[in-house]
Write a protein that binds this ligand. Sequence first.
Ligand SMILES: [Zn+2]
Length: 132
Amino acid sequence: MRRGPVKFVLIHHAACDARVHYRISGSGETVALLNESERATHANSIEIRLDGSFSESPPDKRQTDALKDLLLTLKQRYPDLAVGGHRQVRGSRTDCPGRKFPLKALLAWSRSGLIEARDAALQEEVDRQYRP
Ligand SMILES: [Zn+2]
């Protein structure tokens, strides 16, 4: 099935059995499970699962740090990418990625810190290739 143009990156926890492109282990190791050109569960999305269930307790900091690194990489490839939790998909009946997942903080970061980090990475790239 076709994935369609990438508009979203969706976050899941392991309590949800969604098909995903990337998995982040409890120690913050990122593993690619699907090619980004393939469709995972939802159309127009790159999907990421963090191991663990965050209904009762939050993810490990190593996992959220790895998630931010991955989001930065994706944002450089898909500049218009919006970050969201699975439960934000219209019509979904789930609390995925769990009520203890710091979704609000991550979304706030994706609208400010992520943009700054992407711009800084682009600037570094330019500085490496061109002399002033
Ligand atoms: Zn999910």
